[in-house]
Design a protein around this ligand. Structure first.
Ligand SMILES: Nc1ncnc2c1ncn2[C@@H]1O[C@H](COP(=O)(O)OP(=O)(O)OP(=O)(O)O)[C@@H](O)[C@H]1O
Ligand SMILES: [Mg+2]
Length: 226
């Protein structure tokens, strides 16, 4: 298992699409995989930070930080042996989302299968280029289990030229119930389908990072890029 620091940013223009749920789910999956994990909460709503107030578990650490303090927060976490950081960003985050993406090895973009969200994709493309073309993986979230809205959304996102995760986090009540009590779906209902999809998504994400040779060693702020 890699002990090199890896950083993933969760970014989406639209509100309520599942950014924080995705961030916490991946963070807990990484904890279960034996990683030392921190979540950086860039959102003034502080959803992730408030979630951790409802928990008894030490990990993942959740650190509420403004984007202007990201470098210091990363250095501090690294100094404490953290080897996996998930950065949760607010909606319409603009430059804050760019700063998070720029410091990350991979950006995950949750996409709700609805035109209101799909219409924001061009803005996401601009954001990723501003961040120096950090690799991005789009994840269909909150898709109905019945029907094929999830597949249709994935096809639409691919047509726009973006890479889409083969794993979808379907609309499952376990995610909502878990959040209410400071847990994630894997902890709330370990044998449930939401937990299974969360683990599959973590595994796929890790494989992608390994395949691409991504670790924080390669990630540089834009001013340091050639
Ligand atoms: N896959 C899912 N299945 C069911 N409910 C979900 C799922 N993902 C997120 N939710 C629920 O949808 C709501 C919004 O989710 P979340 O807070 O993760 O979105 P967000 O994008 O972080 O929102 P914001 O833009 O306000 O930060 C929450 O009530 C959450 O429990
Ligand atoms: Mg959020």
């Amino acid at each position: 298992m890699s002990t090199e620091l890896q950083i993933i940013a969760i970014v989406a223009e639209k509100g309520g699409v599942g950014k924080t749920t995705l961030a916490l789910t991946l963070a807990v999956a990484a904890v279960h995989a034996g990683r030392k994990v921190a979540v950086f909460d860039l959102d003034p709503q502080a959803t992730a930070a408030q979630w951790t107030d409802r928990r008894d578990h030490e990990f993942p650490w959740v650190v509420a930080t403004p984007a202007t303090r990201l470098d210091a927060a990363i250095a501090n976490a690294k100094g404490q042996g953290v080897d996996f950081i998930v950065i949760d960003t607010p909606p319409h985050a603009g430059t804050d989302a760019v700063e998070a993406a720029r410091r990350s090895d991979l950006v995950l973009v949750p996409v709700e299968p609805h035109l209101y969200t799909l219409e924001t994709l061009p803005k996401l493309g601009n954001l990723l280029s501003l961040a120096g073309d950090t690799p991005a993986l789009f994840v269909v979230c909150k898709a109905a289990v019945q029907g094929k809205e999830g597949q249709d959304a994935a096809a639409y996102v691919r047509e726009q030229g973006f890479e889409v995760s083969p794993v979808t986090l379907h609309l499952r009540a376990a995610h909502r119930h878990a959040g209410n009590v400071g847990l994630t779906a894997q902890e709330y209902e370990p044998t449930g389908k939401a937990a299974d999809e969360s683990l599959q998504l973590y595994t796929y994400t890790m494989q992608l990072l390994t395949k691409r040779g991504c670790s924080h060693a390669q990630a540089k702020p834009a001013y340091a890029r050639a």
